[in-house]
Structure formats: C-alpha cells, structure tokens
Design a protein around this ligand. Sequence first.
Ligand SMILES: Nc1ncnc2c1ncn2[C@@H]1O[C@H](COP(=O)(O)OP(=O)(O)O)[C@@H](O)[C@H]1O
Ligand SMILES: [Mg+2]
Length: 695
Amino acid sequence: MFFQSEKGQKDIHLKDYLFILLNRKWIVISFFVFTVTAVSFATFTQKPVYRATATVVVDAETPNVLSSVNEVVRLGESNYFAYRDYMDTQKEIIKSRRNAHKVFKKLRLSSNKGYSSAKDPLEELLKKIKVESIRNTRILEISADDTDPEMASALANEFARVYSDSNLALSVKTSGNAEDWLKKELQVQEKKVRDSEIEAQDYKEKNDLISAEEKTNIVSEALTKINGSYMESQSRRIQMETAYRAIENDKGELLLDNLPSILNGNESLQQLKQDYLKQEALLMEYEKVYKGKHPKMITLLGQIEHLKSRIKNELESQYNVAKQEEIKFKSLLDEKKKEAVDLERKTINYNALMRGVDINRKMLAMVLNRLKETSISGQIHANNIRIQDIAEAPKDPIKPKKKLNIALGIIIGLFGGVTLAFFKEYMDTSLKDQHDITQFLDLPILGSVPRIKIDRKNIKRKGDIDRVVDLDSDSIAAEAYRSIRTNLLFSLGDADFSKSIIVTSSVPREGKTITAVNLAMMIGRSGEKVLLVDSDMRKPRTHSIFNLKNQAGLSDFLSGAKDFDSILNYTGIDNLSVITAGVISHRPAELLSSVNMKVFLSRASSQFSKIIFDTPPITLVTDASILSNVSGAGVILVAESGRTTKELLHNSKELLKKVNARIIGVVLNNVSLTKSGYFYPQYYYSKYYNPALNK
Ligand SMILES: Nc1ncnc2c1ncn2[C@@H]1O[C@H](COP(=O)(O)OP(=O)(O)O)[C@@H](O)[C@H]1O
Ligand SMILES: [Mg+2]
C-alpha cells in the first residue's frame, strides 16, 4: 500500500482476519443472502425437467432362425473397432433427422407449443434426446428430457421403436433386394444350362457320337484285328518272298524242304510238290537203270524242269497275292488309326461340352437354393435390434437439482461474501484507527472520538450529538475529548503559539466543527477562558449548535462593519465564548489575510487564554492555510475513521507543511466502537487511571 514502508508491517493474526469479517459482516451477510435468494428463486421458478430412458439391445448378428442358412444380410461385427464404429453408427441413426421426423409425426408434435414456435422443430426435438452406450455391452440407452414426465417417456419409447422398426425394414428390404437379384440370376443361369445342353447334344449328333465309349471300343477292337491281319499278311508275304527268291535263284532242293510250312492250305502248290517229289524219286530209279541221254531220262528231266517252273510260277503268283494283301491291310490299318484319333478328339471335345453343362447345372442349383433361403429369411424378418426396457414416466425431475443448487448457492454465497469482504478491505485505504495513522503517516495522535449515537437519555436529537461534552459529560465521547484535551495541553506546553488552535481537515463533513466545539467546551471546563471562532465563512455551523443568530460575526469584524465586543457571544457554558462566522462573504480568504485579522488576534488573545478556530477543509480552500500563516497557530487535523484515506491525509499534511504550519496532531473522528479493536482499552485506561481528568 501507499505508505506502508514508513513504519514497517504490522503482524497479522487470525484475530485480524476475524476483525475484518466482523467489520464487514454486512457485506458478507448481504452477499450471502442475495446469492442464496437468487439461486433459490431461479431454482424454484425453473420448470422441472424429467428424464425417461428406454434401452435397446443391438445384437451383433440376427438371431439364427434358419440353422443351416446363413443370413443374407450380415449385421454387426465381432471385431472390437468394428463394434465401436457400428455402435456409434447406431447412435447417429437413432438421433437422425429421419427418425426424429417419424417420431414427430407419430406423436403429433406439430400441435405442441414448444415445437410450433421453434424455427427448426426437429432440431428442438433432437436436443431432448440423448443416446449413450453402456460400456462393454451391446445396450444403448435412449433418454428423453421433457418438462412433462409422460411426454419424456413417450419420446424415449417412440425413438426406440422407430429405430428398431426402421432397422427391421432395412433388413427386409435388403433380403428383398437379394431375392430380386437372385431371381434374375436364376433366369440367366437356366438359359445357360439349356444352351450348353443343346450345344453338347448337337455336337454329339453331328459327330455320330451315339455312345462314345462303345464306339471307342469298336474302333479299338477293329484296330487290333486289322493290325493282326496286317501282321499276318506281312509275315506271309515275307515267307512267300523268301521262297520265291530261293526258287528264282535255283536253290530248288532247299526250297522244297522248306516248302511244307508255306504250303499249308495251298492245295495246288502241295499237289505240285508231291508231283515233283514223285518225279524226283522216279529220277533216282532211272539213274540206276539208264545212262544219261536216255530218252526216258531226257523226258523225265524235261518233266521235272517243267514242274519246277510251274512251282516257281505258282510261288510267284502266291507271293504277289501276299504282297497285295499286305498292302491292303496296311492301308486299312492306317485308315482305322486315323478314325481312332479322330474319335478321341471328338470325345474330348464332347466331354468338355458336357463339363460346361455340368457346371451350369451346379450353378443353377446353387442359385435356386440361395433363392429359396433368401425368400425364407425375408419372410422371417430377422431383426438384430430389440427393445430391452421401455421407458416409464419418471416420478422425480432431474432438473433443477434443488438441494445441490441451494448447497452450491450457500457455498458460493459464503465464499463470495468472504472474498468480497477481504477484497473491499484490501481496496479500502481509509484510515480506521490510530494505528493506521502512526504507521502510515508520521503524525502524532491526539486521540480518537467514537461515533456518537442518539440514546434517548442525554442525546435525544441529532443536534445533541454536536454538544456531547455539555449534554453527556460521562459518555465515552466526552471521555475521548477529555483525553484529547490532556494530550493537546501536554504537547502545547507554554509556547507562544499555544494560545491559538486551528481545527481543520481534508474534506467537508469529517468533523471539524464538532471537534472544535467539544474541545472548546472541554478546555473551558478545565478553567481556561476559551474563545471559539467560526472561521468557516463558507459553511458556518457553530451558531446553530449554540442557538445563536449569525447576524454579526467574524466577517463583519474583519470587514470593519462591527467591533470586537459586538460580535462576542456568551454561551452560558463555563468559560466559553463564541464568535460566529458572520454574514457570508464572497472573499473569505482576503478577509482572513487582512490587517484586521491581526487586530482580531491581538484583541482575542488579550481577553482569552485559548482561541479555537473552526475552518473550512484544507484541500478545497486555502482559508485554513492562510489562517495558520497569519496567526502562527498550531493545527489539529481531523480525519474520519473509515472515510478519510491515507492519501488524503497525506496531502493535507503536505499542504500544511508548505505554509510552515505546525501540526499538533491528528484527531481520528467517528470511530466505530463495534468495529475498532483499539478503542475500549484506551478508554478504560484513561477513565480508571486518570481520575483527575474526570471533570
Ligand atoms: N463522532 C461523531 N459521531 C456522530 N456524528 C458525528 C461525529 N462527528 C461528526 N458527526 C456528524 O457529522 C456531521 C458533520 O460534522 P461536522 O463537524 O459539521 O463536519 P465538518 O465541520 O468537518 O464539515 C454533523 O452532522 C455531525 O453531527
Ligand atoms: Mg464545519
């Protein structure tokens, strides 16, 4: 704070905090009462809001009604993240405008006042709806808030129902879609089967594949046979060829030995061979009988030669026959081989076509089966969302939370009040007790005057307060003035300036006049002749306190209109005379600094031992400064407790210092007895230990 450094910090105790609170109890109390009242008012005038909650279970998959049939539409997933996404999606679906619109229509909310006036009724409706998922479950809570408990439950239930129904509709629609698609696919597949069957059949007919397998068997059998025949013909041809070549090369004997194997089944050749063998045997006989060149011999030899050539010719023709046969079988075999290869190729082709038919048939069967399942599952209407609990109309509102609000109001009221009190204390730089003055301003203290109250005994009216020393001389206030007198006389001693005393203060209404009047009375009581001069020519008040007329006063003397004696008033109080301010002047400062003022001072001091001047406030006008300058009087500075700030008193002190005024000390006026912790001890002290002063 401003002057804190001058005398150091005072220790702060818990007691001081309690004092602050005690002093500012009205702030605390009024803030508290205001807050609690405001909160209570708001709480009790608020329309209660009710909350109803319906719960729905969202299964991951539709109930498995058809044990062997997998659902066409898969709902939900088992994976955690997928689950979370799924649940979030469901929440959004519940709170969708589409759902809201259905509920709105169903509950006929358009006639409801709350919505008809709203800009966006659906938004207004959705504001009331809250969807929460219960952790680690597949349950969603749909809550609705409304001022009407019945409406709250109706809303929660309707939202749950609409959601569940629309989900079912979606699943039906999806399986319906699947069914339509499958039906189309069925037609396509049926056509495919038909086409492929026709193609295979055509191929079969065109290629004469009546029975492929049989045909293959026939062909292969024929092939084996022909092959056998061919081999046979070939070996015969080789035999024939060998025999023919042998004969041709004239190895007749050798040949004839070998002939029998060839001759099997060949009668003409066999006959020729036997004939030949006969002729040979005959020749052996002849050779024994006849000599060469015998005609019989020659004839026989000729016959043998003839036979030989016949056999040769026969063999040649046989050989040619065998050769022809071989060639024939060879070409037959080639032909059959070709036929077999061709058949095989066709069979492969045909098999491929048949496989295509087979696949198409299987596809058709699958589509057919799926179609059957789908139309069944479509009829079953599997729904993975079911309503678990329907919402009931709540009995107790959720808002306002009366107890909580009031408890909060009390806490905030108390806390805020206390905070405000401390804040005001912190911001308040006004002087409150003597301690503040000695601590922050280097000024002596003459004493404190308590706040004087009307008590219906001695102080009956407001006007009596200003004369407390006269009217109630045993009061604490009178005691205070007594103490101030003691201190004042002590600090003045016998000094020259001790005769005149100026009472002033920083601003109006701090208690200059009351201090001057009562101090004058108190000094008068001690036996000194006292003159009280009202030199506040701007707002004079002294005359009214003493019930005097202000027709002739100080200003009249100073202006030369009146002489000293004619302005002097006797009050009827011990040793106290009063000079009022006189006719209000427009130039009081000039009058106070005039030569007449010197005359006035010497006149007054010759007649009175103490002259006390009441003055206007020092920070507003220069009157007090001038007076102090002219008179050389000591100055008493009055400060009002709880009002005069440290800065203000400091300024006044500086102003007085400038004119070299001698400040005797400060009187702290209007100290609250209940507030000050310093007042009592001081007074008991003075009352009990200075009985001599008790006059
Ligand atoms: N200690 C006090 N207790 C009660 N009332 C007081 C006290 N001091 C001053 N007053 C009242 O305050 C008002 C202003 O006081 P006054 O002495 O006229 O101030 P000033 O002369 O500084 O303007 C008067 O009505 C007076 O009765
Ligand atoms: Mg006054």
